[in-house]
Design a protein around this ligand. Structure first.
Ligand code: IMP
Length: 200
């Protein structure tokens, strides 16, 4: 089962599993509650989500904890990336907040606007076994945001070496794995490591 209530992540995680013939159900579909993300690292929070779901559903559970780390903001929003969008999940407001803070620090040049996404993935089994991996995708923050694809902070994130933001890329380009896609995203990169461990 996929231990997320975030529809954007759910879609990406399903697409990552599909080529391996793994069918997954969502935590939301089983009516599982979202555990409190009380860890202070991406890794710890991924583990909390996967372990809680595996215990509750008695199924192997796959969780992601991820976020955007902005160099000029001392790593913010980091593990608070979802929380910066508030209860209304307003990522336009969250991106505007980042831009305001960057402007306050005079961060205008691309070199002052470096950021990376992090994805910590965890698979937990009902018997207590777990596997964990982590990966990142590096880029620069642009303003105004560009593109309506993806989710969260995608429209503001220009991956290194590309001219289009994650918000302007198709899902295959963003996280599809070779030969179909470029395996660009933090989640795709982490998934490659996890698949080697768990799926052979
Ligand atoms: P959490 O892992 O559920 O705490 O939420 C992570 C948050 O980080 C998401 O709600 C998004 O705001 C942001 N995030 C994580 N991965 C991505 C991505 O691939 N694109 C855009 N935003 C992301």
């Amino acid at each position: 089962m996929i231990a997320t209530h975030n529809p954007g992540k759910l879609a990406e995680m399903r697409e990552l599993l599909a080529p391996h013939g793994v069918e997954a159900i969502a935590a939301g579909a089983l009516g599982l509650a979202e555990p409190e993300e009380s860890g202070d690292t991406f890794r710890a929070n991924a583990r909390i989500k996967a372990v809680a779901a595996a215990k509750a559903a008695q199924l192997p559970a796959f969780a992601d904890d991820s976020g955007l780390v902005v160099d000029a903001l001392d790593g913010a929003p980091g593990i608070l990336s979802a929380r910066w969008a508030g209860a209304a999940k307003d990522f336009t407001a969250a991106m505007t907040r980042i831009e305001r803070l960057l402007a306050e620090r005079g961060a205008k040049e691309p070199s002052q606007r470096k950021a990376h996404f992090v994805s910590a993935l965890c698979v937990a089994w009902p018997d207590g076994h777990i596997e964990q991996v982590e990966a990142r995708a590096d880029g620069t923050l642009v303003w105004p945001p560009r593109g309506n694809a993806g989710f969260g902070y995608d429209p503001m994130f220009l991956p290194d070496g590309y001219t289009r933001t994650f918000g302007e890329m198709t899902s295959i380009e963003k996280h599809g794995l070779p030969p179909l896609g470029l395996g660009l995203s933090h989640r795709a990169r982490a998934f490659v490591k996890l698949a080697e461990i768990c799926l052979g």
